[in-house]
Design a protein around this ligand. Structure first.
Ligand SMILES: *[C@@H]1O[C@H](CO)[C@@H](O)[C@H](O)[C@H]1NC(C)=O
Ligand SMILES: *[C@@H]1O[C@H](CO)[C@@H](O)[C@H](O)[C@H]1NC(C)=O
Ligand SMILES: *[C@@H]1O[C@H](CO)[C@@H](O)[C@H](O)[C@H]1NC(C)=O
Ligand SMILES: *[C@@H]1O[C@H](CO)[C@@H](O)[C@H](O)[C@H]1NC(C)=O
Length: 345
C-alpha cells in the first residue's frame, strides 16, 4: 500500500518536473523571439513615412508570414481582396551592376518585414519587347504586397543599357535606385567566369580572360570587351545622372556585403527610410559555404544558391595590374560623384 503511494507520488513529481522544464524551454524560445520584436512604442522617429504609425511592427511580421502562406497556397482572388493585397510598381530598383551581388542584396533586403521582392529579373526597361507591353504588364509581374510595404525588383542589365534611365524616369521620377559594386577588376573576372561556365556547359571553347581583356595589337585594355566596360561604373552612372539627381542613388559595397552584410543593409534601410529591422539574428555565417545564410524566423532560413561565389580562374598578374591601373582614374571619379570611397587599388 505504502509502496503504491510512493510510486504515485513519484509519478506526480515527475509530471510536475516535466511541466517545469517545459515552461522553462518555452520561455527560452519565447525570449529568443521576443528579442526580435522590438517595442511597438515609441515608433516616432524610427518609422519612415511609408509605414503608417498605427500599424505596429508586430503586425507587419504577422502579415509578412500570412503573405508567404498566401503565396505558397496560390492565393485566390477572394483572399487577395480580403487581405487588401495589391501589386505595386517598385518604389526602389536594384539596377546593377551585374556580378556585383544584386541577388544577395535583394534576398537580404527581403528579410525586412516591410520589403517584398520580385523574385525574378523582369527585364522590363532593358528589353524592347517587354517594354512595348506597357506598364500594366510590368505591374502584373510584381508580387502581391500590403499597401504599406514596398516592392523591390532587380535587373542588373538596367545599369548599362542606354534607354533604361529615361524609361524608369517616365514611370517614376522620384524612384530610389540601388547600385551594388565590387572592385572593378574582380567584378570583370567574375563576369567572365559566369559566361565561361555557360560556354563550358554547352561544350563550346572560349577565349582566355587575358585575350579578351587585352587588345592583342596595342597591348592596351580592350574597352570594347563588355566585362571591362561594365566595370567603368562612372561612365554608366553619368548617363543616369542626366535624369536623376545623385540623392536618388545609393551605392552598396558588394565586397563588404559578402564579408559583413549588416552594416551595408543598415545603410540601405536608412536610404529607403525603413525602420531598422534587419539584425544580426537574420544573418548567420555558414562556414561550409563560406557565406552568410538568411534567417527569417525560428523555423525558416535560406542559403543563397550554390552557383554564387564560384572560384575564378587564375589570371596573369600583369593583366590584373594593367586593368587596375586602367580603372583607377574612373574609380576616383566614381568616389567623387557618389561621395562613397572604396579601398580599390
Ligand atoms: C495557381 O494559379 C494559377 C492561375 O490561376 C494556375 O495557373 C496555377 O495552376 C495554380 N497553381 C497551383 C499550384 O495551384
Ligand atoms: C515613386 O517613388 C517614390 C520613392 O520610392 C515613392 O515615394 C512614390 O510613391 C513613387 N510614386 C509612384 C507614383 O509610384
Ligand atoms: C561534351 O563533351 C564531352 C566530351 O567530349 C561529352 O562526353 C559530353 O557528352 C558533351 N556534352 C554535351 C552537352 O554536348
Ligand atoms: C551550410 O551549408 C551547407 C553546404 O551548402 C549546407 O548543406 C547546410 O545545410 C548549411 N547549414 C545551415 C545551417 O544553413
Amino acid at each position: 500500500m505504502q509502496f503504491k503511494q510512493q510510486a504515485l507520488l513519484r509519478q506526480k513529481l515527475f509530471v510536475l518536473a516535466s511541466l517545469a522544464v517545459g515552461s522553462l524551454l518555452y520561455l527560452v524560445v519565447r525570449v529568443g523571439s521576443l528579442d526580435r520584436i522590438q517595442p511597438v512604442c515609441p515608433l516616432e522617429g524610427r518609422i519612415g513615412p511609408r509605414i503608417p504609425e498605427q500599424i505596429p511592427l508586430r503586425t507587419l511580421h504577422f502579415k509578412r508570414g500570412l503573405l508567404h502562406e498566401l503565396r505558397k497556397g496560390n492565393a485566390t482572388k477572394e483572399q487577395i481582396r480580403l487581405h487588401n493585397l495589391v501589386q505595386q510598381l517598385p518604389q526602389a530598383i536594384i539596377i546593377g551592376a551585374r556580378k556585383g551581388g544584386t541577388r544577395a542584396l535583394l534576398e537580404m533586403l527581403n528579410l525586412h518585414p516591410a520589403v517584398v521582392k520580385a523574385s525574378q529579373e523582369i527585364h522590363f526597361f532593358d528589353n524592347d519587347q517587354n517594354y512595348a507591353k506597357g506598364i500594366e504588364w510590368y505591374r502584373g509581374k510584381m508580387p502581391f504586397s500590403y499597401p504599406h510595404q514596398i516592392t523591390i525588383e532587380k535587373s542588373p542589365a538596367y545599369f548599362i543599357t542606354e534607354e533604361v534611365p529615361e524609361r524608369i524616369f517616365k514611370m517614376n521620377s522620384s524612384i530610389k535606385l540601388l547600385i551594388i559594386v565590387r572592385e572593378p577588376t574582380t567584378r570583370a573576372i567574375s563576369d567572365y567566369t559566369q559566361v565561361l561556365e555557360g560556354k563550358e556547359r554547352k561544350n563550346k571553347t572560349y577565349y582566355k580572360f587575358e585575350k579578351l581583356a587585352i587588345d592583342s595589337n596595342t597591348y592596351e585594355v580592350n574597352t570594347k570587351y563588355k566585362a571591362v566596360r561594365t566595370s567603368i561604373y562612372t561612365k554608366h552612372l553619368e548617363r543616369w545622372l542626366k535624369y536623376f539627381p545623385i540623392e536618388q542613388f545609393h551605392i552598396v559595397d558588394g565586397d563588404q556585403l559578402i564579408i559583413n552584410p549588416l552594416p551595408e543593409l543598415q545603410l540601405v534601410e536608412r536610404f529607403l527610410k525603413l525602420p531598422p529591422k534587419i539584425s544580426q539574428y537574420n544573418l548567420y555565417f555558414n562556414a561550409t559555404r563560406g557565406f552568410y545564410c538568411l534567417r527569417f524566423n525560428i523555423v525558416f532560413n535560406k542559403c543563397l544558391a550554390g552557383s554564387k561565389g564560384r572560384t575564378h580562374p587564375e589570371v596573369d598578374p600583369s593583366v590584373v595590374t594593367k586593368l587596375r591601373k586602367f580603372f583607377h582614374p574612373f574609380n576616383q571619379k566614381f568616389y567623387q560623384i557618389t561621395g562613397r570611397t572604396f579601398n580599390w587599388p
